[in-house]
Design a protein around this ligand. Structure first.
Ligand code: UGA
Length: 423
């Protein structure tokens, strides 16, 4: 059934939700407080790098199924069936989720919500929030967590593993679940707290898995094993699975770090220690320290005045998102010890504090004592490594993503070092 939908917030979650729901045949109005951004979206311009999203936005605008307005209240109409909250819930100072944007939007629309309109939260919110917000607005709130990965958000939306909806009002939950009827995926209708918990539990499980794999990589380095062989051997076990087993410079992005800290906070707020998750967060810092140690070693112990070339700054390939990017944390830490940083990322241009950002990867490596690969952009594989060797001042390439062919680099006269891999 075609529904009238309002989506508040046009970040990668809100915009993907709005554009994909319009593609499924619903009438969608997306709202943002940023008037200039709304103007660009009306012209079909999408700021974020998200494959397929600009096409869907433009198609939605052409068919008239997708509109953009400034401000949440402008998106709510007398016949709106569902309002989605897709506003940020950043990490507060104590690690908890900051709900000010969610509360502010609800305050704005509370008095104009039509009777029977379901309000759904896509924003990741602490367990119990849906029920608390329902009391505030006097309408049912449905938790409908998203499982979209940046860089593949459109595909993830249109081919979901599962749809999760939860509310104390089952009919409101069903109404939200039915919006996805065109998609072939199991739909779980839960209570609100369980739906909210699914999102945290899933993201934090991924964080724990990655910290585990990063720790195994550190161990492989010390005992002379190859983490690629080890994870291949692990991944055949269906209980473990093959995905999310790649070591790296640490996990980042706008979701995993924020959600891991928030869940520790949720646990503490009910008097429960969660040492496993705390350790996963600590291990993520250790992984970063491991990378810094290796750079120091390659620079004979001191970074003062050392030229370091960085390839990749985004928190993962396929996005231009720098939020909580391990690459930025590494760049900042190196610069704090006196290193001079030049960086190239195919998706990032402009100015960044403390980093000389260049458009050409060869410019980034020129004069560098050490080159670090920090984002797994496939184009780095096909660089001319002989030319890189000629341009560099030193020999070491620290491949924190195990992206490159070590033999090829050796033949070019470079010393390749991966994570958890024999040299
Ligand atoms: C994550 C979840 O994967 C999504 O399911 C979830 O919907 C989303 O958060 C969210 O909460 O909105 P995303 O932040 O886009 O998605 O990034 P991931 O693909 O999960 O990667 C997270 C971090 O782990 C990145 O820094 C990435 O480089 C790192 N990673 C991932 C590895 O180091 N190794 C891997 O094998 C996989």
């Amino acid at each position: 059934m075609q529904r009238k939908i309002a989506v508040v917030g046009t970040g990668y979650v809100g915009l993907t939700t709005g554009a994909c729901l319009a593609t499924l045949g619903h009438q969608v109005v997306c709202a943002d407080i940023d008037a200039a951004k709304v103007e660009r979206l009306r012209a079909g311009e999408v700021d974020i790098l998200e494959p397929g999203l600009a096409d869907l936005v433009q198609r939605g605008l052409r068919t008239g199924r997708l509109r953009f307005v400034v401000g949440a209240s402008a998106a709510v109409e007398p016949d709106t069936d569902v309002l989605f909250l897709c506003v940020p819930t950043p990490m507060g100072v104590d690690g908890s989720a900051d709900l000010r944007a969610v509360v502010s939007v609800l305050g704005e629309v509370r008095d104009i919500l039509p009777p029977g309109c379901a309000v759904a939260t896509k924003s990741t919110v602490p367990v119990g929030t849906a029920d608390r917000l329902a009391m505030m607005v006097g309408s049912p709130i449905v938790s409908n967590p998203e499982f979209l990965r940046e860089g593949t958000a459109v595909d993830d939306f249109l081919h979901p593993d599962r749809i999760v909806v939860g509310s104390s009002d089952r009919s409101a939950a069903r109404k939200v679940g039915e919006l996805y009827q065109g998609l072939q995926a199991p739909t779980l209708i839960l209570d609100a707290a369980s739906a909210e918990m699914v999102k945290y539990a899933a993201n934090c499980f991924l964080a724990v898995k990655l910290s585990y794999v990063n720790a195994i990589a550190q161990l492989c380095d010390r005992v002379g094993a190859d983490v690629l062989a080890v994870t291949e051997g692990m991944g055949y076990d269906p209980r473990i699975g093959r995905s999310f087993l790649k070591p790296g410079p640490g996990w980042g992005g706008s979701c995993l770090p924020k959600d891991a800290n928030a869940l520790v906070h949720v646990a503490e707020s009910v008097g429960l220690e969660f040492p496993l998750l705390r350790s996963a967060i600590e291990q993520n810092q250790r992984q970063l320290d491991e990378v810094l140690d290796r750079v120091r070693q390659a620079c004979d112990g001191t970074l003062r005045g050392a030229r370091i070339g960085l390839l990749g700054l985004a928190f993962k390939a396929g996005t231009n998102d720098l939020r909580d990017s391990p690459a930025i944390r590494i760049a900042d830490a190196l610069a704090a010890e006196g290193a001079e940083i030049t960086a190239h990322d195919p998706a990032i241009s402009g100015e960044l504090p403390g980093i000389r950002l260049v458009d050409d990867p060869y410019e980034a490596v020129k004069g560098a004592v050490v080159v670090l690969v920090l984002t797994e952009w496939p184009e780095f594989r096909s660089l001319d490594w002989t030319r890189v060797a000629e341009l560099m001042d030193g020999f070491t390439v620290l491949d924190t993503r195990n992206l490159l062919d070590g033999d090829l680099l050796s033949r070019a006269g470079l010393t390749w070092r991966g994570m958890g891999r024999p040299c």
